[in-house]
Design a protein around this ligand. Structure first.
Ligand code: FES
Length: 147
């Protein structure tokens, strides 16, 4: 048996090729999360001058962040006013599915159809409880989201 080869669905590749693949894959995942924000686990900082965060630069704009270091199901953000941003967990309060981005002021859960408004409130059951809200502070062109 050759210990320098790793078996894959497509056949065998060398150890060096395998490690290179892992490094590239890891880089993509990390880079993707850094596109929208940078975080420390208990807070996230979004730079509104970055293109991917531009929707929050305008009142009424929304942004849906994927899973990140602060929330494994991601975070919904809504620019509620000239100096205010609201942030909510994307975890549905019915049975925990990941809710969609805000569209026309509503986020829909794909599992059983609960709907939430941009204040995190339930507008359609079966969910009975509002979304978990995070603290969000807007300072200049920076939004800081924290627990
Ligand atoms: S888990 Fe979202 S509506 Fe049931």
């Amino acid at each position: 048996m050759n210990h320098r080869k790793t078996k894959t669905a497509g056949g065998k590749i060398g150890r060096r090729e395998f490690l290179k693949t892992i490094a590239i894959t890891g880089g993509v995942a990390i880079g993707g999360s850094l596109l929208a924000s940078c975080g420390s686990g208990s807070s996230l900082i979004l730079d509104l001058t970055k293109p991917e965060n531009q929707p929050l630069a305008t009142v009424g704009g929304t942004l849906a962040l994927d899973a990140n270091s602060m929330d494994p199901q991601g975070i919904l953000l809504y620019r509620s006013g000239p100096a205010s941003v609201l942030a909510f967990s994307r975890k549905c309060t019915h049975l925990g599915c990941t809710i969609g981005a805000f569209q026309n002021g509503v986020s829909i859960c794909p599992c059983h159809g609960s709907q939430y408004d941009t204040k995190g409130g339930v507008v359609r059951s079966p969910s009975q409880s509002p979304l978990r809200q995070y603290t969000a502070k807007l300072s200049g062109s920076t939004v800081t989201v924290s627990v």
